[in-house]
Design a protein around this ligand. Structure first.
Ligand SMILES: N[C@@H](CCC(=O)N[C@@H](CS)C(=O)NCC(=O)O)C(=O)O
Length: 248
């Protein structure tokens, strides 16, 4: 079967979008990346005929596949090697469990990012490195206050939620380190859960406030190995007392 060129709709700096890009690269499937502006992306993706409003959204061989987990399964289906899921059902179950947890976990770095951008939009430019949005990134960021306000609201980026996310982060990272210790992720052949989790960790590490607590952990090492480059940097922004839980 001859493959048509794949088209992947993404938002610059979006962590699950990076998961999809990494998995396409892993399979050696060439694709055209279409960068979309957050919030505006919802309408574009719907207009392209996808059932939902989120990125990553992939057009491949006439099919429309939306969601990082769905994309992982479809890629293994159309091209089994290198496999994104283990053949052994028990091992596969564990990878799927870590992957599903990672899909939920995505919301925490997403919520933190919009919380931070609402306070200071200037770091947003760094997250759009290499993106082609159709307008200069600097201008998009300068005029982006309404988009940031909507995204922060839609993602529940309240002080209360972000504070709770930060308080639980140490435990979340311990859980990921536990999966590495158990050999579920972090092995020599990255699987769908590695690709799901690593970009979320890299997005967390883009915060100067958080990087020191993650860098030397097994999950920090794993994330740097799987995602060799991840754009963006946010200077210290969280109140010191919100980071207490990470210090202990
Ligand atoms: N968990 C899903 C959802 C992904 C998701 O929520 N993507 C965000 C970007 S990180 C999005 O499209 N948001 C719409 C917006 O920002 O307007 C996945 O892994 O594909």
């Amino acid at each position: 079967m001859t493959m048509q060129e794949a088209k992947l709709y993404v938002i610059p700096g979006s962590h699950p979008s990076r998961s999809a890009m990494l998995m396409l690269d892993r399979k050696g499937i060439p694709f055209k990346r279409v960068d979309l502006m957050p919030v505006i992306s919802k309408g574009v993706v719907r207009a392209q005929g996808f059932p939902g409003v989120t990125v990553p959204a992939l057009k491949l061989n006439g099919r429309k596949i939306q969601g990082s987990r769905e994309i992982a399964r479809e890629l293994d289906h159309i091209q089994p090697e290198p496999a994104l899921y283990p053949a052994d059902p028990e091992k596969r179950g564990k990878v799927e469990e870590a992957e599903a947890w990672g899909d939920e976990f995505q919301q925490k770095p997403r919520r933190m990012s919009w919380w931070a951008f609402k306070r200071d939009r200037s770091p947003m430019v760094s997250y759009s490195e290499g993106a082609r949005l159709g307008v200069p990134v600097g201008l998009a960021v300068k005029t982006g206050a309404p988009i940031v306000a909507i995204a922060a609201r839609l993602n529940g980026s309240t002080d209360e939620n972000v504070r709770a996310d930060l308080a639980a982060l140490g435990e979340d990272l311990d859980r990921i380190d536990g999966w590495i210790a158990a050999g579920v992720i972090g092995g020599p052949e990255p699987n769908a859960a590695d690709f799901q989790l690593a970009p979320s960790i890299r997005l967390l590490m883009s915060f100067d406030d958080l990087r020191p607590f993650i860098d030397a952990r097994p999950c920090g090492e794993m994330a740097k190995r799987i995602v060799t480059d991840f754009p963006g940097r946010t200077p210290p922004i969280f109140p010191a007392e919100w980071l207490e839980g990470l210090r202990t």
